[in-house]
Design a protein around this ligand. Structure first.
Ligand code: PLP
Length: 281
């Protein structure tokens, strides 16, 4: 495997991570996962834009320009001959003697490498079940931070119970999943939590809203309660790796008629069309 380390692509064996890296000690950094279809990074500009936004919010200056980062990531895809999967990239504040506060001069550490996975077709076709849990995360979920402790605890809880995802509830309202955004459909109106500090504004979420606009399908960026979620006609979750994934059960309660919804399936096919011909849709 070939890995980007700041401005250089090296063999995996030659990557050195210092034990005093603040990413390792504090989770002091940010990341992205971009999908690769047929050797092309999908929505790469949007991921880089969000990466820079997260970096700015926590006060790290990336070691390269957006265009350099873009061509470096494309080089990682080419050098690894990656056709299907994703690129993980993360940036930490860098290496310093361990203390909470930091000097502004630390050199950030950027890495990018391929992830090998395919589309989760079975779950997309058959739908998935999810759990719910109190959203006990911090209030800056808009930053794609390396600190994912509560997310992984709740993803593992879902996994252990045979569910696909855990959906968070904050102050009675559905926010998002541990690694997905949540949509519900009631009487043909689609709702999803507004892009504020309590969710990550998913690239897939934004793409779905764009497709809804294009198709003149009504939607609102408005939060809803767990009860409204349970009473919905259709529920689906979105993410870079899941795309548009139908949810059939929430906490063991069946949603709608218990089958992947018509509008959900239509949105997924619009999404798949966009992947194949992003410039046309
Ligand atoms: N919400 C959270 C907390 C996530 O971690 C993710 C993706 O990892 C998403 C939503 C979905 O974002 P995207 O569509 O950009 O993958």
């Amino acid at each position: 495997m070939r890995v980007l380390v700041n401005n250089e692509i090296v063999h995996r064996e030659d990557v050195r991570i210092d034990f005093e890296d603040r990413g390792y000690q504090f989770g002091d950094g940010i990341y992205e996962v971009v999908r690769v279809y047929e050797g092309e990074a999908y929505e790469l500009n949007e991921h880089i834009h969000r990466f820079y936004r997260s970096a700015k919010e926590i006060g790290i200056t990336p070691p390269q320009s957006k265009n350099e980062m873009k061509s470096n990531i494309e080089d990682v895809i080419t050098e690894n001959k990656l056709l299907e999967g994703g690129i993980y990239f993360q940036m930490t504040r860098g290496v310093a003697p361990r203390k909470h506060q930091y000097e502004k001069e630390i050199e950030p550490k950027l890495i990018a490498y391929p992830l090998y996975f395919t589309r989760p077709e079975k779950q997309q076709n058959e739908g998935v079940s999810v759990l719910t849990a109190d959203d006990l995360r911090w209030h800056r979920c808009d930053i794609k931070s390396l600190n994912l402790l509560y997310n992984i605890m709740m993803k593992q809880k879902a996994h252990d119970s045979g569910s696909f995802e855990t959906i968070f509830i904050r102050d009675e309202l559905v926010t998002e999943g541990t690694s997905t955004n949540v949509f519900m459909i009631k009487d043909n109106v689609i709702s999803t939590h507004p892009a504020d500090n309590n969710i990550l504004n998913g690239i897939t979420r934004m793409k779905v809203l764009h497709l809804l606009n294009e198709e003149h399908i009504p939607y609102e960026e408005k939060s809803f309660t767990k009860q409204e979620l349970l009473d919905a006609d259709e529920v689906f979750i979105t993410s870079t790796t899941s795309e548009v994934m139908p949810v059939l059960k929430v906490d063991e309660q069946v949603i709608g008629n218990g089958l992947p919804g018509i509008l959900t399936k239509r949105l997924h096919s619009l999404f798949l069309h966009d992947i194949k011909s992003p410039e046309i849709v």
